[in-house]
Ligand binder design. Structure first.
Ligand SMILES: CC(=O)[C@@H](O)[C@H](O)COP(=O)(O)O
Ligand SMILES: NCC(=O)COP(=O)(O)O
Length: 262
């Protein structure tokens, strides 16, 4: 069983924080010039329902989250939800740093995506990426922003992630999600457990994300130690289309709580 984890933001014992990724609300909004569904309204409702954070991934092509969304969400959180963590994801060698320098979110998650990439599908390559990552990690931390590196679950890479200055890693969980419910689930999950243990041993915090959902979340959190934050978007917003935002958030929080019995 994973230990309960002191939440850095609230200084309280809490299980894994749920950070809701709003990319897909913006994707639907962008298909008409009507401004609905509202990204900021979605943020307010999911936070009211018990979400612990907000995540956005403002891709350079603005297919979903636009620059205006990033700033409007920053203002909403600053005004109404000052203790809620804002996590902005992106490639620091594309447009991410423009947002980090102005918004100064609680966390920046560096993702090595190409500009037109269909979706995120791999982590950083360490040591190959160390030389170019080091200065931008240092700049981000000097701005008071926590740095999380989007990483494949490779135990040997975790010490290098710490050495390049990362505060946390976000384990890319698509391979787990694809294996969930198949005979390979235990084997794949063991790889994530080893990667998380290596990250913790290196002094890193552990986040996780990509293709997590209500079915696979609890099994992941039961097996993988010390997960401080899961960022979930695609499946959660799909669920909200059927259940509504409030019921969906409560369902995901139930899945998280189920991983921490007692
Ligand atoms: C980094 C990651 O796995 C996701 O946070 C990413 O935001 C997904 O991007 P799309 O929503 O554009 O697929
Ligand atoms: N970092 C993962 C994230 O923010 C959302 O990923 P997904 O749930 O949309 O696959």
């Amino acid at each position: 069983m994973n230990p309960l984890i002191a939440s850095e933001a609230a200084g309280r014992l809490a299980p894994t924080a749920l950070s809701v990724n709003l990319n897909k609300v913006a994707l639907l909004r962008n298909t008409r010039h009507l401004g609905i569904p509202s990204v900021t309204r979605a943020a307010g409702i999911v936070l009211q329902a018990g979400a612990n954070g907000i995540t956005v991934h403002p891709r350079p092509d603005e297919r979903h989250i636009r620059g205006s969304d990033v700033h409007e969400l920053a203002e909403l959180l600053r005004r109404d939800w000052p203790h809620i963590e804002y996590n902005i994801e992106g490639n620091p060698f594309h447009n991410l740093m423009d947002f980090v320098r102005v918004v100064r979110p609680a966390q920046a998650t560096f993702v090595p995506d190409a500009e037109g990439q269909f979706t995120s599908d791999h982590g950083w390559q360490l040591p190959a990426d160390i030389e170019r990552l080091a200065p931008v990690i240092a700049e981000t931390k000097a701005l008071g922003v926590r740095v999380s590196l989007f990483m494949d679950p490779i135990p040997e890479a975790m010490k290098l992630a710490r050495e390049v200055g990362a505060d946390r890693v976000e384990l890319y969980t698509e391979t787990y999600a694809s294996a969930w419910g198949t005979p390979r689930q235990a084997e794949v999950l063991a790889g994530f457990t080893a990667a998380a243990e290596a990250a913790l041993a290196a002094g890193l915090g552990v986040n996780a994300g990509h293709d997590l959902n209500r079915d696979n979340l609890a099994d992941f959190l039961r097996a993988v130690p010390g997960v401080q934050e899961v960022s979930i978007g695609h499946a959660l917003i799909a669920d909200a289309l059927e259940l509504g935002y409030t019921a969906t958030i409560r369902d995901y929080q139930r899945c998280i709580a189920a991983a921490y019995p007692g």
